[in-house]
Design a protein around this ligand. Structure first.
Ligand SMILES: C[S@@+](CC[C@H](N)C(=O)[O-])C[C@H]1O[C@@H](n2cnc3c(N)ncnc32)[C@H](O)[C@@H]1O
Length: 289
């Protein structure tokens, strides 16, 4: 059984870690919180467990521990998540950027030679993670990022301003805000979990619209692929993140819509994670009667 919350505030690092244990909060999470608020590396805490905590900070940390104990993801408690070396602000209006999405960024970077002013779009940008990672690594890109969530775009714009990275953000449904525009490369990590999937129970704090897409999770991926040719320059690439069991469906959909060189890349766990293809000329199977 969980111990009742302490009535007095912890006075030092050791007391705070003990309070975390009493609340059932993982020690590592408590150390991340301390490290974040004290502006010290986690290793520093190990040698400074008698470091005093001012009352206001102790109160704030106890509130954070209480939110964490109630299941709020650590990134939302901290208000921050690291992605491709960037510290991004995050909150419940956006998906917490995942390490597996770095596979998509690395692939895009492989296709984007440094110093060329390529036109790149990120569909469903959320916190701005992918677009901002590309902007940071390839100065000079012309980046446009879209999302159907105005709240997500507010946060993405704030991240871009804080990191001093140049990205144009547009509100709207997939390709709709990009009417008449063509890109050399389009990346997207759309929602791809099937409605009713058992994994959703553990993701209840993140926005539903960032997670699910139809009965098999493929609705958004199909819609993005179907509209891609009209928005890609000849030879342009479309790179998509998807679920571990969706690689062959995405490759097939790309081939049906006239994409060549279709390939799936794995994440660090060895699971299918991203599939991409290059716009080829000629009729597409999907448009052929
Ligand atoms: C899986 S999240 C990815 C967020 C971010 N790109 C990342 O990798 O962390 C999917 C994003 O797609 C957005 N989205 C969902 N439906 C959309 C739609 N119809 N048009 C544009 N964006 C949409 C969600 O708001 C969410 O931000």
């Amino acid at each position: 059984m969980q111990a009742p919350p302490p009535t007095t505030l912890p006075a030092d690092v050791r007391g705070l870690l003990q309070a975390a244990r009493d609340l059932g909060v993982d020690r590592l999470d408590a150390q991340w919180l301390l490290s974040h608020h004290l502006g010290r590396p986690r290793t520093w805490l190990l040698a400074h467990d008698d470091h005093p905590l001012p009352e206001a900070l102790s109160r704030r940390l106890m509130a954070d521990l209480s939110h964490r104990a109630q299941g709020l993801p650590l990134a939302y408690v901290l208000g921050e998540q690291a992605f491709c070396g960037l510290a991004l602000k995050v909150g419940p209006d956006v998906l917490i950027p995942r390490p597996e999405t770095e596979v998509l960024v690395d692939w895009a970077l492989d296709l984007l030679p440094a110093g060329l002013p390529r036109q790149v779009a990120d569909l469903g940008t959320g916190s701005g993670a992918i677009a901002l990672a590309l902007a940071a690594r390839r100065p000079g890109l012309r980046l446009t990022a879209t999302d159907a969530s105005a709240a997500a775009l507010t946060l993405a714009r704030a991240n871009a301003a804080r990191l001093e990275l140049d990205v144009s953000f547009l509100l709207g449904h997939w390709w709709q805000p990009l009417a008449g525009q063509r890109f050399d490369l389009v990346v997207s990590n759309p929602p791809y979990i099937a409605e009713g999937d058992a994994h959703l129970a553990a993701l209840g704090h993140e926005p539903q619209a960032a997670l699910t897409s139809g009965p098999d999770g493929l609705d958004a991926l199909r819609e993005i692929i179907a509209g891609a040719r009209a928005h890609l320059a000849p030879g342009g690439w479309l790179l998509l993140e998807h679920g571990h069991d969706q690689g062959s469906a995405v490759r097939q959909a790309l081939a049906d819509h006239g994409f060549g060189r279709c390939e799936t890349r794995l994440d660090l766990a060895g699971l299918d994670r991203c599939t991409g293809g290059q716009r080829c000329e000629g009729p597409t199977r999907a448009n052929t009667p």
